[in-house]
Design a protein around this ligand. Structure first.
Ligand code: DGP
Length: 114
């Protein structure tokens, strides 16, 4: 999608610290990390939110979450634990309208989230 910052990261039009990429998903470090490990995992094809996904998106949604697990292992986050967050819409604070899952690790997290 032309104006999407994450699409531009995926196509490498703008720089990011990409830590994993395959045919379907890309993972890169968040520009404003909230934890020692803060990675965003995104589908390569633009989609906005889970509520806009349909049956045809079953595979890519699964691939995004499998990649999150792969990144947790790659970052050594499984021993201490990790948090997975996805924000959708205004109240949740979604800033970038390209579906992304945050992988956070390396410190303790509070619950409930703010
Ligand atoms: P959210 O609130 O869930 O939409 O979070 C969007 C995240 O995206 C936020 O933590 C900061 C990150 N982000 C925004 N722009 C960029 C960028 O240009 N590069 C990188 N690496 N991360 C970005």
């Amino acid at each position: 999608m032309a104006d999407c910052i994450f699409c531009k990261i995926i196509s490498r039009e703008i720089p990011a610290q990409i830590v994993y990429q395959d045919e379907f998903v890309t993972a890169f470090r968040d520009i404003n990390p909230e934890a020692p490990v803060h990675i965003l995992v995104v589908p390569n094809d633009h989609m906005v939110a889970l509520d806009q996904a349909g049956q045809a998106d079953e595979g890519i949604v699964g691939k995004v979450f499998l990649a999150v697990g792969k990144m947790a292992l790659q970052e050594g986050a499984t021993a201490g634990g990790y948090r997975v967050v996805a924000n959708f819409g205004v109240d949740a604070g979604q800033v970038v309208p390209h579906l992304h899952v945050h992988l956070l690790a390396g410190r303790k997290f509070g619950w409930p989230p703010g």
